[in-house]
Write a protein that binds this ligand. Structure first.
Ligand code: TYC
Length: 103
């Protein structure tokens, strides 16, 4: 009878399977001429868990440079955050735009 418990059979072999990390997506908010600054700060704080200071700095970067990265996430989370931003903006009838970009 084959000895399935022989110590040679219990040795761990290095795995050839490379676990893949999920691709990340940037969530980017765009500047516009109409959305109030405080509204952008509030949205960035709420959706991206930033402090008021961090959100203010990011809003000013978007305001002066045209766009800014709010965070990087796996696709489903990035899409959820983008939709949260767009829904907040729609509720208040602001033209704030948010997109996701693959890294
Ligand atoms: N440019 C806007 C203003 O002057 C403020 C603003 C900042 C709007 C960032 C959108 O993503 C934005 N009221």
């Amino acid at each position: 009878m084959a000895d399935i418990n022989h110590s040679e059979n219990l040795k761990l072999k290095p795995s050839k399977i490379k676990p893949k990390l999920p691709s990340l997506y940037k969530v980017v908010i765009l500047n516009d001429d109409y959305t109030p600054m405080e509204f952008v700060v509030h949205v960035v704080q709420t959706v991206f868990n930033k402090t008021h200071d961090e959100a203010t700095r990011l809003m000013l970067k978007i305001h002066t440079e045209g766009m800014g990265i709010c965070g990087m996430y796996p696709l489903e989370i990035a899409e959820t955050k983008m939709n949260q931003v767009l829904n907040f903006a729609k509720e208040e009838q602001h033209p704030l735009q948010c997109i996701i970009e693959k890294i």
